[in-house]
Write a protein that binds this ligand. Structure first.
Ligand code: ATP
Ligand code: MG
Length: 300
C-alpha cells in the first residue's frame, strides 16, 4: 500500500495555526489559511496511528466538487474556498505532496456548532428515538423504522463543537440559539437544510443516498455567514448505496462504518494509539474511493 501522510511539515514555509483530527491549518496571511487534509482517520473521536493513503486528496477534491455544485445551485452561497493552487511561499520540494490535498480558504471565525442535518433515521438518532421517541430532543412521528426517511423532510439536529479530546454533544436546536444568538442560529439552520436538500438530490441522481451530514459555518469580517470546512465527504456524512437501500435495518455505507465495526468487534472503541491492520486500512480506502467516484464521477 502507498505511504499515508499522517502529519505535514511545511519546514517553516508557513506558520502552523492548528492541527485538527484530520487537517493541519497554516496561515498564508491575516485573511487566508492553507487548509491541508492529511491521511489521518479518526473513529469515535480518536485518531488511528496509521492513515489511509490518499484520503486527504479525496476529501479535498470531494469538497471542491461540492462547493462548485452547491454554488451552481445557489449562486448567492458564500463559501470559504479560494483556490486549490498552492501559495508562492511553498517551495518546489513540498509541492507534490501538498498538491490536491490543500486549499486556500478565507480565514473565518467558526461558529461553535456542528450543523447536522438528517434525512434518514440512523446512528445515534435511531438509538435516541428507540428510547424516547425524540431525536436531539425533537419530537418526531411515532412508528418510524430504522433507516427510514423522516416523513416531514430532513431535520436540523445540531451538536456542540467540543474542544480537543472531548466529545461533541447532541443538542436541541433551541440550545443552538442560546449559544449563537437568534440571527446566526436561524441562518445556519436554514442554510444547512437547504444545502442538504440540494446535495441529497444531486447524489441520489448518482446512486448515493446522503443519510445525514454535518456542515460548519464561519462569520467573515462583514458579519456574513460563510460555508466553511470540508463539505459532504465520507468523513462528515453517511453515504448509502441507493441500490441496496431498504428500511427496517442498518445500511452498508461508503463511510467509516467498516472501521468502526472492526474497532467494536476488537474491543478497541475509543482506545488511543490503535494501528489498523492493512486489510482494514485497504477496505476503508476502497470505500472512500467508491464514494468519491460515484459522487464526482472522477478517478484518481
Ligand atoms: P475540531 O474539533 O477542531 O473541529 P476536527 O478534528 O474536525 O476538529 P479538522 O477537520 O481536522 O478538525 O480541522 C479543521 C478545523 O478547521 C476545524 O476545527 C474547523 O472548524 C476549522 N476550520 C474550517 N474552516 C475554517 C476557516 N475557513 N477558518 C478557520 N477555521 C476553519
Ligand atoms: Mg473536521
Amino acid at each position: 500500500m502507498a505511504q499515508a501522510l499522517t502529519t505535514t511539515d511545511l519546514q517553516g514555509a508557513l506558520p502552523l495555526v492548528a492541527r485538527g483530527k484530520v487537517r493541519d491549518l497554516y496561515e498564508i496571511d491575516d485573511k487566508t489559511l492553507l487548509f491541508v487534509a492529511s491521511d489521518r482517520i479518526s473513529a469515535y473521536d480518536v485518531i488511528m496511528e496509521n492513515g489511509i493513503p490518499n484520503k486527504g486528496v479525496l476529501l479535498t477534491l470531494c469538497t471542491q466538487t461540492w462547493f462548485k455544485a452547491l454554488k451552481e445551485a445557489n449562486p448567492s452561497l458564500r463559501t470559504h474556498f479560494i483556490t486549490l493552487d498552492l501559495p508562492p511561499q511553498i517551495p518546489e520540494s513540498l509541492r507534490p505532496v501538498l498538491q490536491n490535498r490543500s486549499m486556500q480558504v478565507r480565514k473565518l471565525r467558526i461558529l461553535p456548532i456542528e450543523a447536522i442535518v438528517r434525512g434518514y433515521i440512523t446512528g445515534s438518532a435511531w438509538n435516541e428515538y428507540k428510547k424516547s421517541g425524540t431525536v436531539h430532543g425533537i419530537k418526531v412521528p411515532a412508528g418510524l423504522q430504522e433507516s427510514q426517511a423522516f416523513p416531514d423532510g430532513p431535520i436540523y439536529t445540531p451538536s456542540t463543537k467540543a474542544e480537543q479530546g472531548e466529545h461533541d454533544e447532541n443538542i436541541h436546536p433551541d440550545q443552538a440559539v442560546a449559544i449563537l444568538g437568534e440571527r446566526y442560529a436561524s441562518t445556519i439552520a436554514k442554510m444547512a437544510i437547504d444545502l442538504y436538500k440540494t446535495a441529497h438530490e444531486y447524489a441520489l441522481a448518482r446512486g448515493v443516498i446522503i443519510a445525514d451530514t454535518k456542515f460548519e459555518f464561519g462569520v467573515d469580517e462583514d458579519g456574513e455567514v460563510v460555508l466553511a470546512d470540508e463539505v459532504l465527504t465520507p468523513d462528515s456524512s453517511r453515504f448509502w448505496p441507493k441500490d441496496s437501500y431498504a428500511v427496517g435495518r442498518g445500511q452498508a455505507s461508503f463511510d467509516k462504518q467498516f472501521l468502526r465495526d472492526w474497532l467494536v468487534s476488537e474491543g478497541l472503541k475509543g482506545k488511543e494509539g490503535v494501528r489498523m491492520p492493512d486489510d482494514i486500512a485497504l477496505k476503508t480506502a476502497e470505500k472512500y474511493q467508491e464514494a468519491w467516484e460515484k459522487i464526482t464521477g472522477g478517478k484518481i
